[in-house]
Structures are given as C-alpha cells and as structure tokens.
Design a protein around this ligand. Structure first.
Ligand code: SAJ
Length: 440
C-alpha cells in the first residue's frame, strides 16, 4: 500500500491525511469544497487544532501530501466525511454514499476502502454493496472494505490519533489485515480487530455512554440546586471514591458527536434505547433551563429598578478550549437571550471563536473579558476556557453570576489550595466577596 486518498478534509480527514503523509504514504486529500482545497494547498489548514499548521506545512513541503478537487486513483481510500442528522433525528448518510460513488469510479483490483465516519450499524455493509454495484468488482475478492471509526478528542487530535487504541472492523479477514497494516504505520496504540458491525456499535456506544454520564452529572446539578449545594464540590468529593467517576455539569451537550451519535442507535433500536432517550432529553433541556433562569434573574433585577439589565456572556464554543461552535449550547443560549432585547442588554465574549462567526449572529462583542464584566449587572458563564480559570474571583465582585460550568468553584478551590500551600495572599472568603453566585 503506497498511495492513499482521504475523502473529506475536515477535523478528522485532514489530520489523518497529514499523519499518513508523515508516515511515508503518498497522500492525496479530496474535498468537494474547491476553496478549502485551495487554502489547504496554500498551507492554511482552515480548521483550528494545535500543531496542524506546522504539520501541514511540513507535509506539503515534503511533497507527500496535496489536496485535490478530483478524486485520484489510490491503493487505499479513507472516507472521513461528516454524518450529520436530518429531520426526525435520523442519520444523514448523503456524504458517505456520495463518497462511495466517487470511489467506485476509481476502484481497482486489490484496493482497500476504509470508512472512518461515524455511522449507524449496518452502514459499512451498504457502502460495500454500493461500491460493488457501481464498479463491477467483487467484494472480498477484488476489493476490501472495513470500518475504522475515529475516536479522537478535538484539541488533542494529533496526540490521540497516534496514541489511542484503534478498533478495526473488516467485512472479511483480508479487509481486517490490510486495514491493520495501513494504521500500523502511524498508530502506536493497540489495533483491535473485529467485524464491521461490532466496530460500528462500539463507536456509537462510546459516545452514547458519555452522553448518559453527562446526563447524570446534569441531574446531580439539578438535585444540588434544589438542596442549595454546590454540585462541583459534591462531585469532586464523590470522585474521591476509587470506583466513581462522575463527569461535569455544563450548559449542555454540543459538538457533532455526543449530541448526535446516540440518535443513530435510537433510530435503529428504538425499543432498546430507553436510557439513551432519557439522557438525550435531559441534556437537550439544559440550555432551556438556563435561559429560563437568566430571564427570571433579569426580571428580578428589573423589579429592583434596573430597566434593562446588562448581561455579559462568557464563552460561546461548544466546549472549553476549542474554537468550534457547531451545535454549541452556549451559542444557542446567547442567541435566544439576544431576542429578548426589550428586557435585557447582551454582550458576549469568546477569545477562541473567530470574530467573523460572532458577527454573523449580530452579537455585541466585548473588546475584552474585563471590560465585559465591568459593564455587566449579571455575568453568565457558559464555557470554562482555561484563560477564564486563571482569573481571580474578585473580578465578579458586586455582580450576579450565573455559573453553568463550575468556573467559580475552580477559582475558589485554586485560591484556597494556594492559601493552604502558603503561596498566595489571604483571600476574602467567597461568601464575603459580594459575588452573588447562582449555580445553573
Ligand atoms: N461535556 C459535558 N460534561 C463533561 C464533558 C463534556 O457537559 O463532563 C459536554 C461538552 O461541553 C460538549 C459535549 O459534552 O458540549 C461533548 O464534548 P466531549 O469533550 O465529551 O466530546 P467531543 O464531541 O469533543 O468528542 C467526543 C469524544 N468521545 C468520547 O469521549 C467518548 C471523542 O473521543 C470522539 O472521537 C468524538 O466525540 C467523536 O468524533 O465521536
């Protein structure tokens, strides 16, 4: 195997293509977006991910990688296109089958096709049939197909692509063997071999299990709110148990994986996914609860003679330390609050998200976080970017703070730890700072 074609130059396809090129393969990345192809060939990776610019540049310079708008012949094709969901929360596999049809036109005896995109159980087999139908080649004899789902965390993609264990599910043994061979050139983690349907199921339950665990964390937050307890404190201490690992309550579940993948299981197994369905409902409701809470607090401020309370939103990305706003609950919350301009004034801030994206939503964007806080009557903390965690809780003095992600708890614990270690000045205890903390 020498020549590799990677279809879809997004968050997974581009880093995979670059790594394969660095491992010595001749890689051609293919994308339907002509402008993206042009940018990538000019050295602009288009996406934000640590190390990517440097690695792309080196791969281009080394002559082992290029992007193209036309699919090239190859020994191995890797499909890494998006699988969003369409109306009725059903998987939209249009891009996957478009990719398969494009490959079929270039398919040659001996070729391997790897599907990396996350798909409902049974899709890899359908892709294989589509390739056979459109190419006149025989599956398992002339060409081989497998599913090898990606399982990397945005923000750590290059590290995880190399270090994580990988699951490879082939339609036949030769597909398993070739796929294992392909990844073994750049994956240091263990490559586990199975069949295609198990691989599809494994990927989906990984993300569904995370969704369920986040739902539990969000329910812990609701119970703690009712009991007037700090959920972040409660969870931190519960996690001191050697076999308990609760996740963190946030303003909701976003991104293109955790909030989407459980639906691929619910669609295929409606009767066997009750728990997944409840988890989805809990996590989807979280942003709505926060919007309600903010509007209630704003109405209170209004009663206390602030005509249009000023609300400052900190963080809009779908999770900490990324620039990505796809399915971002924070962005959704801010957009809905923006429609209540009769009752409140809104300013937002997120240093990770490009200004051009925020401007599309007509947000009033604060020039920096300090000015935003100083301007506000109420601060709504939606995403705990690491730079926010470095701030001192005193900045919120005199403000109503609705904390949806545990920022205040982290500031407070860091400061108390520092005091215990004798490293910091003695701080005002939290309850005397004048910060009116309100947990979502
Ligand atoms: N979230 C919480 N509480 C937490 C952790 C996350 O509310 O304790 C929220 C985040 O804020 C975010 C959402 O969940 O809105 C998803 O974030 P994430 O970090 O859990 O996951 P993703 O979407 O960035 O990546 C996931 C990963 N899957 C798992 O950890 C099981 C990643 O390994 C997968 O490769 C990726 O989905 C994917 O592409 O499927």
């Amino acid at each position: 195997m020498k020549r590799i074609s990677v279809l879809g130059l997004g968050y997974i396809g581009l880093p995979t293509a670059i790594l394969a090129a660095q491992a010595g393969y001749e890689v051609c990345g293919y994308d339907i977006d002509q402008e993206k192809v042009r940018q990538i060939n000019a050295g602009n990776p288009v996406i934000f991910e640590p190390e990517i610019s440097d690695r792309l540049w080196k791969a281009l310079q080394g002559g082992f990688f290029k992007a193209a708008h036309e699919l090239q012949y190859a020994d191995c094709f890797v499909i890494a296109v998006p699988t969003p969901f369409k109306e009725g929360n059903r998987a939209d596999l249009t891009y996957v089958f478009q990719a398969a049809e494009a490959i079929a036109k270039r398919l040659m005896p001996g070729n391997l096709v790897i599907l990396e995109s996350t798909v409902p159980v049974g899709t890899t087999e359908q892709v294989a049939q589509c390739l056979a139908k459109n190419s006149d080649l025989i599956l398992g004899k002339d060409f081989f197909v497998s599913h090898a789902p990606e399982r990397v965390l945005p923000g750590r993609i290059f590290k995880e692509l190399v270090e994580n264990d990988r699951v490879v599910g082939g339609i036949c043994q030769q597909a398993c063997r070739l796929t294992q061979l392909f990844y073994s050139k750049f994956v240091k983690g263990f490559i586990h071999v199975t069949d295609d349907k198990s691989a599809e199921m494994i990927k989906l339950i990984e993300n569904a299990s995370r969704d369920v665990q986040i739902a539990l964390a969000n329910q812990v937050a609701s119970m703690c709110k009712a009991a007037n307890l700090d959920p972040y404190h409660v969870i931190e201490l519960a996690n001191k148990h050697p076999r308990v690992k609760l996740l963190t309550p946030t303003c909701g579940v976003g991104g293109h994986c955790i909030a989407v993948d459980p639906w691929f299981l619910i669609e295929t197994f409606p009767a066997e996914t009750q728990l997944l369905q409840v988890a989805r409902a809990i996590n989807d409701e979280k942003p709505l609860t926060i919007i309600k809470q903010v509007l209630e607090r704003a109405a209170e401020l209004k009663r206390n003679s602030i005509a249009r309370p000023k609300i400052f939103v900190m963080g809009l990305a779908f999770k900490p330390d990324v620039d990505d706003v796809r399915q971002s609950p924070a962005l959704h919350i801010a957009s809905v609050l923006q429609t209540h301009s009769d009752d409140l004034e809104l300013k937002v801030y997120d240093h990770n998200v490009p200004l051009s994206i925020l401007q599309k939503y007509n947000f009033d964007v604060a020039s920096d976080v300090w000015r935003g806080i100083a301007w506000a009557d109420m601060v709504l903390v939606l995403v705990k970017h690491k730079e926010f965690s470095l701030m001192h809780q005193d900045v919120f003095c005199g403000k109503v703070v609705i904390d949806t992600c545990g920022l205040l708890y982290e500031m407070q614990s860091r400061q108390s730890r520092a005091i215990l270690e004798g490293a910091a000045r003695v701080d005002t205890p939290f309850w005397k700072t004048g910060v009116m903390k309100d947990i979502a």
